[in-house]
Design a protein around this ligand. Structure first.
Ligand code: SF4
Length: 375
């Protein structure tokens, strides 16, 4: 199977924590849609005929695109790469875009069958701090509306570890979320990245990050409560009801090939990685000249091993030592095991048969563990 990622870089306003590639300008939908269709044509051979089973519109804010444009892009994916009948087609959407009319047009004009809604918090205080464009009540209403329009595979994004947040806030957020009876939850710990408004506020002492103990407590609470409500914790930041794992993201974590379209989008064909120029103007000029602008890196065996560690260890499927032996050799697997032993003893990594997975404590220091085990 293969996936297609489509980056829609336009945002109506800029959130104070965001460091994604995006532009705060109105989208010339016709021009941009044509560019994506041309990129699909120019890179028609990229997936070497592998059928596409997942399409993911990410951003930026994909819900700034009208439904007819979204469907034009899906049809172009089908024309140049072939889309399997039971494909998962996800649209990331902001609550303020999910009006009755927009949801109806998505249902009537597109084959989008999964929504990933950027709620981030059900607390108005946090939404104001993050400069989100919607209120908590509007977020709840849009999820209910999406369900009424027949969307039956809905994911909600939450951000935790927001300055000033507590376990009680997490309890409040989860209570609201569980009441909505959705199928999937992505919850990310806030990281304050350079060049964001939060970073400038941090430098001026206007906000204070939550300390490690509070972060840990929020994550532990989230994990326990989500488990109690029947959500499976299948990746460090992702929980889903059985049968509702994100097939697209699972493809990334299991090393499937994917093509990424639009400025800054990454692609992977199992041999190399490449990433489009993170600049809308340069991207559009490259497509007009029929010479897409991107950088490319052919992966060495070590790069491949590092990719496997980076993507697998944070999932419930973990790292399969038997596969490591077969793909990279006995000595690589032994070195990996030697590195992992320290974390097994400290209770951060679990070994069951040939499978290494993170424990609950391990999830919390996953970056350090993966960095340490990488070649
Ligand atoms: S978080 Fe999403 S909506 Fe907000 S600025 Fe970033 S890409 Fe745009």
């Amino acid at each position: 199977m293969a996936g297609v990622y489509i980056h829609i870089p336009f945002c109506r306003s800029i959130c104070h924590y965001c460091d994604f590639y995006r532009v705060a300008s109105a989208c010339d939908a016709g021009l941009y849609t044509d560019a994506l269709k041309n990129e699909l044509r120019l890179r028609a051979g990229y997936l070497r005929g592998e059928p596409v089973e997942t399409i993911y519109f990410g951003g930026g804010t994909p819900s700034v695109l009208e439904a007819d444009k979204i469907q034009e892009i899906i049809q172009a994916v089908s024309q140049f790469h072939g889309v399997a009948g039971n494909s998962e087609i996800t649209l990331e959407a902001n609550p303020d875009d999910l009006s009755d009319a927009y949801l109806r047009s998505l249902r009537e004009l597109t084959s989008v069958n999964r929504l990933s809604i950027g709620v981030q918090s059900f607390l108005d205080r946090d939404l104001v701090l993050m400069n989100r464009r919607h209120t908590a009540a509007e977020a709840c209403e849009c999820v209910e509306r999406a369900k009424e329009h027949g969307f039956a595979d809905i994911s909600v994004d939450l951000i935790y570890g927001i300055p000033g947040s507590t376990v009680a806030d997490m309890a409040f957020n989860l209570n609201r979320l569980f009441n909505l009876e959705i199928q999937h939850l992505s919850a990310y710990h806030l990281t304050i990245e350079p060049k964001t408004v939060f970073y400038r506020k941090l430098e001026k002492g206007l906000i204070t990050p939550v300390d490690e103990e509070d972060s840990h407590a929020q994550f532990t609470f989230l994990r326990k409560q989500a488990g109690n409500r029947g959500f499976i914790h299948y990746e460090i930041s992702n929980w889903a009801k059985a049968g509702y794992f994100s097939r697209h993201n699972t493809g990334y974590w299991k090393g499937e090939a994917y093509i990424g379209l639009g400025p800054s989008a990454h692609s992977y064909d199992r041999v190399s990685r490449q990433w489009n120029v993170p600049d809308l103007r340069k991207y559009l000029r490259g497509i007009t000249d029929e010479k897409p602008v991107f950088e490319k890196e052919v992966l060495t065996l070590n790069d491949h091993l590092n990719e496997v560690l980076l993507t697998s260890l944070r999932t419930m499927w973990g790292v399969d030592l038997q596969k490591i032996r077969q793909t990279f050799g006995l000595s690589v697997a032994e070195t990996l095991m030697k590195g992992a032993e320290h974390y097994i003893c400290s209770g951060h990594v679990r070994k069951e048969g040939n499978i290494l997975t993170l424990t609950e404590d391990g999830y919390f220091i996953s970056d350090a563990i993966v960095r340490d085990l990488m070649v």
